[in-house]
Design a protein around this ligand. Structure first.
Ligand code: ZN
Length: 150
């Protein structure tokens, strides 16, 4: 069936990001570091972002977790690099909606591999794995707004 082929493709994309995570490592410079844990699965990631002039200049992550959490972090850091804070938060809202199984306007964003995580919406226990890195990003950007300038 067509659907199971798509599922297989998506699973391959997720496993590829899990085995070869993009943007895994430490950032240098004036870096926001946000720790986020998902105790139900044991996922622990630290998102690192350099935000300059209202844009995400760079994003990386370190940590350990399941294939869903790490592949999502890999995909998310790819997708938000270069976006404005506003755009990144909007994309995060879209991703939350996707995880709730809502129909989302995927044309609006350059999602690349992110659609591979769409199927996670069918597995409520894993949704927190998929949203972990995104929540870290939201928290980091919220912090950035509140931060007093030096
Ligand atoms: Zn997990």
């Amino acid at each position: 069936m067509e659907m199971s082929n798509l599922d297989t493709l998506y699973r391959q994309v997720i496993m590829d990001h899990y085995k070869n995570p993009r943007n895994r490592g430490e950032l240098e410079g004036d870096t926001l570091k946000i720790n986020m844990n998902n105790p139900t699965c044991g996922d622990r990631i630290q998102l690192q972002m350099n935000v300059e002039d209202g844009k995400i200049a760079d994003a990386k992550f370190v940590g350990e977790g399941c294939s869903i959490s790490l592949s999502s972090a890999s995909m998310m850091t790819m997708a938000v690099k270069g976006l404005s804070v506003e755009e990144a938060l909007k994309m995060s809202g879209m991703f939350s909606d996707m995880m709730l199984g809502k129909d989302v306007d995927t044309e609006e964003f350059d999602l690349e591999d992110i659609e591979a995580l769409k199927g996670v919406a069918k597995f409520p226990a894993r949704i927190k794995c998929a949203t972990l890195a995104w929540k870290a990003m939201e928290q980091g950007l919220g912090k950035e707004e509140d931060e007093d300038s030096e």
